[in-house]
Design a protein around this ligand. Structure first.
Ligand code: HEM
Ligand SMILES: [Cu+2]
Length: 550
């Protein structure tokens, strides 16, 4: 098995470092601030969401530090509540929801379509500025009293606390519009801008995933927007909607919130499925097994995802009958998800796979996401969830899907496309060391939380019984290992910008369109409009496969 980066295909003219590319085509601050180039917008999003990830990460480290000892370690109860709320809100609204679509999707959706840009380039830039405005509100909220409700803003507490709830829900409201605009742009682009010959079933699986995600963004996000606006109105004007003291209904809030937020977990994870499909196809040099099933299962997940929100509310006081129905329906979402896992595994099976760093990320994703998905089942079952609800079991579950899944896929995708975006290779050895560090750190941090949860440790407490101290200690040390992994990645990626080897057009020998042009790509993406006459993952000349190039 080879891990070289030997040139997989004979070097062509396209492998030269291009004289002009999207990065240097025009110069100066204004040329970036007013750009309508989807690649530049993608890069600006990338910087923005990585900043958010860093900020959310700092809060996470502080949360874990507080939990190092059973009593107060660094902060008291009130500050602790603010820390975990800010961690959650920043990670969900500023990082996870936009992450893959807005950064990698913006960059690669038009390129994979064989198009010059998205359908509405100016709207694309607007959505970026809407994001920045939302982020500004969030940061304002941070300084203006730092909200302490949890990222779920549950009423009636969120109507009563004197922390900065209004500015944070307005932040999430504004960020929602950014998400809607991106979704709209992607849907229209996929319908209208496919290159000649690019039929629906010739589209790479990332595009199917982004399409399904966009549908959810468009249909679910408005519900969140209205709900958050109602909270803001209730706080500002005292209108009784969710507060029982004013004749409102707090359970209604939970219905509204989860009607968005369950589908939103698929906004956060379906794009990751797309990234993993791309990586697996490239490094096994095979079409994804059951391509059509994998493509359609993204849409199925988007559809079914709208019918299961009540599984977050089994103990909320909704009717028991509703609980039974939601429990039953929740199991259906596991079917299209399992289809994907099965098909990816089948693609890997018996292949001689090239274990370069992006592929290793995909494998780690498969392991961690499967643990995350399977632990969703006891949460979806009414009888067991009554016990697990609001324990660390839930915390472990969603970190396995959102971090072990989405974040690992995102970082894997960043490595996969880094040579295309920057024209340079990163240091492969350090990439592997960093991934090993992340893998150990992640599992030490979060696997312990499954055990804590089954032993009854509740979530959202700053202190705990001494019997939980050892496991909490493990978890906190794990968070330091995780942080180290991310620091290593930041160092070698930044270093590669200066001194990385020139990547050439297609260092992985991938078959999708974004690799059939120079790295970094020219402003118009392709020198000639591509014509497509095969499926996305066709490797006619096995002899040239990189895994044999050692
Ligand atoms: C087989 C698939 C899945 C099932 C059946 C499932 C089931 C559940 C259930 C029933 C809960 C509520 C537990 C409780 O509060 O007592 C839950 C919580 C959660 N799940 Fe999943 N889940 C699945 C996949 C996912 C995925 C793919 C994501 C994200 C990408 C995700 C993210 C979350 C989050 C964020 C929470 C916690 C929300 C909170 O209360 O703060 N889940 N899951
Ligand atoms: Cu859910």
């Amino acid at each position: 098995m080879s891990t070289t980066t030997a040139t997989p295909v004979p070097a062509t003219e396209m492998d030269r470092w291009p004289d002009t590319h999207y990065w240097n085509a025009t110069k100066g601050f204004k040329s970036w601030a007013l750009t309508v180039d989807h690649k530049r917008i993608g890069m600006m999003y990338l910087v923005a969401i990585l900043t958010a990830f860093f900020l959310g990460g700092v809060f996470a480290i502080l949360v874990r530090l507080e939990l190092l000892t059973p009593d107060q370690t660094i902060v008291g109860a009130k500050t602790y509540n603010q820390l975990f709320t800010l961690h959650g809100a920043v990670m969900v609204f500023l990082f996870l929801v936009p992450s893959i679509p807005a950064a990698l999707g913006n960059f690669f959706l038009p390129m994979q379509l064989g198009a010059k840009d998205v359908a509405f380039p100016k709207l694309n830039l607007l959505s970026f500025y809407v994001y920045v405005l939302g982020a500004a509100f969030a940061i304002f909220s941070l300084f203006a009293g730092a909200i302490d409700t949890g990222w779920t803003f549950y009423t009636p507490y969120s109507l009563q606390t004197n922390t900065a709830v209004t500015s944070m829900v307005l932040a999430a409201f504004i960020l929602g519009f950014s998400s809607i605009l991106t979704g709209l742009n992607f849907i229209v682009s996929i319908h209208k801008l496919r290159a000649p010959g690019m039929t629906w079933f010739r589209m790479p699986l990332l595009l199917w995933a982004l399409y399904a995600t966009s549908v959810i963004q468009l249909l679910a996000t408005p519900v969140l927007a209205i709900t958050l606006l109602l909270i803001a109105m209730e706080r500002l004007l005292g209108i009784g909607i969710f507060d029982p003291a004013l004749g409102g209904d707090p359970v209604l809030y939970q219905h509204f919130f989860w009607f968005y937020s369950h589908p939103a977990v698929y906004i956060m994870v379906v794009p990751a499925f797309g990234v993993i499909s791309e990586i697996i196809a490239t490094f096994t040099r095979r079409p994804i097994f059951g391509y059509r099933f994998v493509a359609i299962s993204s849409l199925a997940i988007a559809f079914i995802g709208f019918f299961v929100w009540g599984h977050h509310m089994f103990v909320s006081g909704q009717s028991e009958y509703a609980g039974m129905v939601f429990s039953f329906l929740s199991f259906f979402i596991a079917i299209p998800t399992a289809v994907k896992i099965f098909n990816w595994t089948a693609t890997l099976f018996k292949g001689s796979n090239w274990l370069a760093s992006p592929m290793l990320y995909a494998i780690v994703f498969l392991i961690q996401f499967t643990i995350g998905g399977l632990t969703g089942l006891p949460l979806a079952a009414l009888s067991t969830d009554v016990h697990f609800h609001d324990t660390y079991f839930v915390v472990a579950h969603f970190h396995y899907v959102m971090m072990g899944g989405t974040v690992f896929a995102f970082i894997g995708g960043l490595h996969y496309w880094w040579p295309k975006m920057t024209g340079r290779m990163y240091n492969e050895k350090w990439a592997k060391i960093a991934l090993a560090t992340l893998f150990v750190g992640f599992n030490v941090t979060f696997f312990t939380q499954f055990i804590l949860g089954t032993r009854g440790m509740p979530r959202r407490y700053y202190n705990y019984l001494p019997e939980y101290a050892r496991l909490h200690g493990f978890s906190t040390v794990g968070s330091w290992i995780l942080a180290l992994g991310f620091i290593i990645i930041a160092v070698y990626l930044l270093k590669s910008l200066r001194s990385g080897a020139v990547a050439g057009a297609n260092p992985w020998g991938a078959s999708t369109l974004e690799w059939q042009t120079a790295s970094p790509p020219p402003t118009e993406n392709f020198f000639d409009t591509p014509h497509v006459n095969t499926g996305p993952y066709v490797y006619p000349d096995e002899e040239l496969a990189p895994r044999r190039a050692a």
